[in-house]
Design a binder for this molecule. Structure first.
Ligand code: NAD
Length: 426
């Protein structure tokens, strides 16, 4: 399909995040020659569950929250995907993220399908007690959906190991046993894996280095901007910095900073730790606008915060030669076309941020095995897995003469198609 045709296709799907997933699926399916039957299976999630969760708030009043879980596919194994706490969580977003998980797990060569969940809430405005009650009530409501061999959650935006430990506790009480493998991303000492916390950022680093090798660029001569300084962004910035890449811009929802001589990433990490987790007030750079980070004069751009930040308008202004998508869905389908025309290499989310789910898989293996690995073992297995996923996608994008994003979709479609054909139908 030509770039123009792909753009037209993408335009028809502009209205929602799930439609954006379908836009990419359509393009990849056409290039790869996927059958309509398989495409149709993938266009429709297997299961969508919505629950109302009443929670006793600290003020003594009961508030009802909306909770979601979508299982997109279990073709290649139990479904896997995070749980997000945010005010904009909705059916469409959860559906889109669940489909991405199917493709992400397939690209990472894991024996998993895809799912995603979320609760519409503002965790920053809730007390620890309220969050614990909400998490446990949501888990009880989803107790028949989740399961170590059925559907395995993990943290996402607004959740962390703390919520996963609460989830295990509630699940154990409902099912009367000990089931650490029901979720991943747990704290170390509660069945969590060493290396899981930094894994997504580590995967971004491995993918960046692999892409720079293809571009014949040495990390020591490369500058980078990272949007988002949470789990993914902060570890990615630290690990890229450790590889000799100069981090010139960082930012979060409170402030964005630029330093042409390089941000002292370790100082920023210390600052965030001591200042309630946010960058506001950091003095290691000049304050700039959030969008200026995306269009700043750097070689590598790592969006690691929100979806849909690289729009058509921003894409025209981007100066980076390489974009490595730490966040899920940071680039719109319309922007993809422009980036491709500008010959900017985009390592897509379903490959670039697959390090987290890869180490989640290692955590699940360790839980099932009852035997735990050292951090060095986890990191070595992770790096090998991410390196091989990158090469797979790169080779497909060359073979089909397409972008890495479509190459990644083709990689996933091939595996899921095999699963569908091997299992057969009723
Ligand atoms: P997080 O909650 O730990 O951090 C999010 C960061 O984004 C914070 O620094 C926040 O301040 C920043 N942010 C929020 N709004 C912003 C704005 N308007 N402008 C700039 N920055 C803003 O979340 P996370 O786990 O780091 O996830 C970030 C992205 O990576 C999400 O898209 C998530 O789905 C994706 N992801 C996360 C993981 C994981 O293992 N945590 C794995 C794969 C993908």
């Amino acid at each position: 399909m030509t770039t123009k045709a792909a753009a037209a296709k993408a335009e028809n799907h502009e209205s929602s995040m799930f439609e954006a997933v379908l836009a990419r699926l359509d393009v990849a399916a056409k290039i790869y020659g996927l059958s309509d039957e398989v495409a149709n299976i993938l266009r429709n999630p297997e299961k969508q569950v919505k629950v109302s969760v009443p929670v006793m708030m600290d003020n003594g009043k009961v508030q009802v929250f909306e909770g979601f879980r979508t299982v997109h596919s279990t073709i290649l194994g139990p479904s896997k995907g995070g749980i997000r706490y945010a005010m904009d969580v909705c059916d469409d977003e959860v559906k889109a993220l669940s489909a991405w998980m199917t493709f992400k797990c397939a690209v990472a060569n894991l024996p998993y399908g895809g799912a995603k969940g979320g609760i519409k809430c503002d965790p920053r405005k809730m007390s620890v007690g309220e969050l614990e009650r909400l998490t446990k009530a949501y888990t009880v409501a989803m107790a028949d959906v989740f399961g170590p061999t059925k559907d395995i959650p993990a943290p996402d935006m607004g959740t962390s190991g703390r919520e996963m430990a609460w989830l295990v506790d509630a699940y154990n009480k409902v099912h009367r046993g000990n089931f650490p493998a029901v979720t991943t991303g747990k704290p170390v000492g509660m069945g969590g894996s060493l290396g899981r916390d930094a894994a997504t950022g580590r995967g971004v680093m491995v993918a960046t280095l692999a892409a720079l090798r293809k571009m014949d660029l040495s990390p020591k001569n490369v500058t980078c901007a990272v949007q988002g300084f949470g789990n993914v962004g902060s570890h990615a910035a630290r690990l890229l910095h450790e590889q000799g890449i100069m981090i010139c811009a960082i930012g979060d929802h409170t402030a964005t900073f630029w330093n042409e001589k390089g941000i002292d990433v370790n100082a920023a990490l210390r600052y965030v730790k001591d200042n309630g987790g946010v960058l506001k007030g950091f003095t290691g750079g000049t304050e700039i606008k959030n969008t200026e980070l995306l269009t700043s004069n750097v070689d590598v751009l790592v969006p690691a915060a929100l979806q849909n930040v690289i729009t058509e308008e921003i894409a025209h202004e981007i100066k980076a030669k390489l974009i490595v998508e730490g966040a899920n869905g940071p680039t719109t389908p319309e922007a993809d076309v422009i980036l491709n025309d500008k010959k900017i290499i985009v390592v897509p989310d379903i490959l670039a941020n697959g390090g987290g789910v890869t180490v989640s898989y290692f955590e699940w293996v360790q839980n099932n095995y009852g035997y735990y690995w050292t951090e060095e073992e986890v990191n070595a297995k992770h790096d090998a897995s991410m390196g091989s996923a990158f090469m797979h996608v790169w080779n497909f994008s060359q073979k089909y003469n397409t972008t890495m994003r479509i190459g990644a979709y083709i990689t996933a479609l091939k595996k899921v198609e095999f699963g569908i054909q091997a299992k057969g139908n009723y």
